[in-house]
Design a binder for this molecule. Structure first.
Ligand SMILES: [Zn+2]
Length: 114
């Protein structure tokens, strides 16, 4: 491997998405690659041995190799995100604002509406 080239290309790469799990990251990576956008996953290998890193420091990230494709990649990802994966939601019972990874309200236990 050419270390110099590797370092340069990593400096140019743009992070376009941070996933909450490796399955989601792989899903978006395959979508981008279908559109001809070269991209890599970073951080997913840290999963088991993150040690004292905060949890969100080891979530898998998708980086595009060509920075000119950053906006295109972001728009493709945005088009393919479902509400379940993307946005915070509001509990219909108690109006608590909840992060997308929760499937039920931590305050009153109401299940996330579809
Ligand atoms: Zn609630």
């Amino acid at each position: 491997m050419n270390l110099h080239l590797t370092r340069v290309s990593q400096d140019l790469m743009k992070k376009v998405f941070t996933a909450h799990d490796t399955i989601l990251a792989g899903y978006f990576k395959s979508i981008l690659e279908e559109r001809g956008i070269a991209c890599v996953l970073r951080n997913d290998y840290l999963g088991g041995g993150a040690g004292e890193l905060p949890l969100n420091e080891c979530w898998p990230e998708i980086w595009v190799v060509d920075p000119r494709e950053e906006q295109l990649a972001k728009s493709i990802i945005a088009q393919n995100r479902t509400p379940a994966e993307g946005d915070a939601w509001l509990c219909p019972s108690c109006q608590e604002s909840l992060e997308p990874q929760f499937t039920s309200c931590w305050q009153c236990g109401t299940t996330k509406p579809l």
